[in-house]
Design a protein around this ligand. Structure first.
Ligand SMILES: *[C@@H]1O[C@H](CO)[C@@H](O)[C@H](O)[C@H]1NC(C)=O
Ligand SMILES: *[C@@H]1O[C@H](CO)[C@@H](O)[C@H](O)[C@H]1NC(C)=O
Ligand SMILES: *[C@@H]1O[C@H](CO)[C@@H](O)[C@H](O)[C@H]1NC(C)=O
Ligand SMILES: *[C@@H]1O[C@H](CO)[C@@H](O)[C@H](O)[C@H]1NC(C)=O
Length: 528
């Protein structure tokens, strides 16, 4: 008889059962996202159960997984792996999920053949390090040749975007993303790249502009363009003094008193404006309202003013113009002003905005996204963000590898070769790892509607026969040289996909016990 150590509300699954339910959960997650993989992958429409108006169309693995509440603990492990991939590399979330699931699908078959999980783990580890070594061997580093490296970046950008909503206009957006990244000059601070979304127009109307764009306009009657700008960025209330006066001894009991009050208030405002004028600026930008009277005074003093700038806008503005946000005006000598060559009003879509050109942080730029609906713009932003993340990582780790299933097949070849040297059950696990790797090109081909078993076996024989740059051409279902086609991916991304997927598979293979504690509310409902 077994001893009951848990309370009634705790359930436990052991051994085979626990492992199987872990596998089933993880494999289900893999199956869920695998149709989105690759340039011909499909999108998912996500709708919120609680808010019927909320709908999102995406093929971003991380976004899909984040949006679905999983009950299965194994599914959650995969969701976490995808999240780590997203944070560290910014893309490849679908690949890492699918590869983990395929490794577990293979492991399930091995366990059916009575192979111990520890043996599988040993085989997988050896296969994983062999894969990574093979990948490192074929990685190409053009980092010290800026001209070729830029082409690499463009090719990576195209490859990344080809699986996303921006694929129709991938030439346009690849260039845009690469230009933005090259402006950063090796920094990975994507905060310098501002993305503004404006409903209307076509995706291909999107553009990159150097400098910074603020979704605001100048005060009335102020010039539409100023040059050689010295900017004071403030977060100050222009009428706090009014509150003080009300709070003080004045009591409004007659119109003359009210006039007096207004006069006093204007005086206070003027004093503040005078203080601000002492900074020798020609542009004043406030996070809060400025009101008519101070604005008029700024206009008279040839200072352009912008009021009520949003929080995000003002933080970025300070960052890119090199200024700081101030709230008091008594120490002009200690304040860092912002600088730029010119500020002018521009029309984007139907709106007037203000463009800052020649900003102190020369690397700053703005990408204005245009598109028919908010959903399209949101997905475009996610896609562009993935591309920007991968590109910025690539400026750090400049090696590249080939896509289209080429790298996976090279790894699979290396793994198959070592399995020949292993005897017994471990070699079965190593072969299984190689099969899981080949599932990635298989899914790419399936998603593009080709006969995957035919195409992948052709790819396999090409690579195994030493044509190491072959890959799947998903436009016409042939085996083509991936370098000629420019299907290039970040080495770091690929390495991270393989390493993280094996790690996730190992974590789940070690599971021999799932303990579920039911939420407290459940026992009350059951009337314990
Ligand atoms: C601006 O100042 C107000 C108080 O006047 C403060 O509550 C707010 O957090 C400040 N915002 C920023 C962006 O500094
Ligand atoms: C397999 O073993 C043979 C003979 O011992 C050796 O020459 C070969 O390099 C080994 N292959 C791998 C991939 O380790
Ligand atoms: C497929 O496309 C490649 C590259 O674009 C081209 O070289 C090849 O001839 C095409 N093959 C067929 C069968 O159309
Ligand atoms: C980039 O792709 C083009 C084809 O679009 C190809 O000709 C070129 O060789 C690729 N560049 C690099 C550096 O791989």
């Amino acid at each position: 008889m077994s001893v009951q150590i848990f309370g009634d509300q705790v359930t436990e699954e052991r051994g085979e059962n626990a492992r199987m339910s872990a596998f089933v959960g993880a494999i289900a997650v893999g199956d869920l996202v695998k149709s989105t993989l690759g340039p011909k992958g499909m999108d998912k429409l996500l709708q919120s159960a609680s808010n019927q108006d909320f709908a999102m169309v995406t093929n971003d693995g991380a976004t899909i997984l984040k949006s679905i509440p999983f009950d299965n603990p194994a599914a959650k492990v995969l969701v976490n792996i995808a999240k780590v991939q997203d944070d560290e590399v910014g893309d490849g979330t679908t690949s890492v999920t699918v590869l983990s699931a395929e490794l577990l699908r293979e492991a399930e078959k091995l366990i059916d053949q009575k192979i111990h999980p520890q043996t599988i783990i040993e085989g997988y580890r050896l296969a994983c390090s062999t894969s990574l070594a093979a990948l490192a061997k074929v990685a190409v580093n053009n980092g010290n040749n800026p001209e070729i490296f830029k082409k690499d970046l463009l090719n990576i950008s195209r490859t990344t975007l080809s699986s996303k909503i921006l694929s129709q206009d991938k030439e346009h957006f690849s260039k845009l993303a690469v230009d933005a990244i090259l402006r950063l000059k090796g920094s990975t601070n994507l905060n310098h790249i501002q993305i503004i979304k404006k409903v209307g127009g076509k995706l291909s109307d999107s553009f990159l502009d150097e400098g910074f764009i603020l979704d605001k306009k100048f005060g009335i009657n102020q010039p539409k363009k100023i040059t050689n700008c010295k900017i004071l960025i403030a977060n100050t209330s222009m009428d706090t003094d009014k509150v003080k006066i009300f709070g003080a001894k004045f009591k409004v009991d007659s119109t003359s008193k009210l006039a007096e009050l207004e006069k006093a208030e204007k005086l206070k405002m003027r004093e503040k404006v005078d203080k601000i004028k002492k900074y020798g600026i020609n542009c004043f930008i406030n996070r809060q309202l400025i009101y008519d009277f101070p604005e008029q005074q700024f206009t008279d003093s040839k200072i352009n003013s912008i009021e009520h700038a949003d929080f995000d806008g003002i933080e970025r503005l300070a960052l890119v113009t090199g200024g700081e946000v101030v709230s008091t005006f008594d120490t002009p000598e200690h304040v860092k002003l912002g600088y730029c060559d010119s500020i002018e009003e521009v029309i984007i879509g139907e709106d007037v905005m203000t463009k800052f050109t020649g900003v102190a942080a020369g690397e700053a730029c703005t990408i204005v996204l245009r598109g028919a609906t908010e959903q399209v713009l949101d997905e475009a932003e996610r896609s562009l963000h993935d591309a920007l993340s991968v590109l910025s990582q690539t400026t750090r780790e400049t090696s590249t590898v080939l896509g289209g299933g080429c790298s996976e097949m090279i790894m699979s070849k290396a793994v198959d070769q070592i399995s020949a040297n292993e005897t017994g059950k471990k070699s079965l696990a190593i072969e299984a790892f190689a099969r899981a790797l080949r599932q990635l090109p298989t899914i790419l081909a399936d998603n593009a509607g080709f006969d995957s078993s035919d195409l992948v076996s052709k790819l396999r024989s090409a690579i195994y026969n030493g044509m190491t740059t072959s890959g799947l051409n998903l436009n016409n279902g042939t085996i083509t040289d991936m370098r000629d086609l420019g299907i290039v991916e970040s080495y770091k991304l690929k390495r991270s996909v393989v390493a993280s997927a094996s790690e996730a598979a190992e974590v789940l293979l070690r599971v021999d016990n799932i303990i579920r504690a039911k939420p407290r509310t459940a026992d009350r409902n059951q009337g314990h």
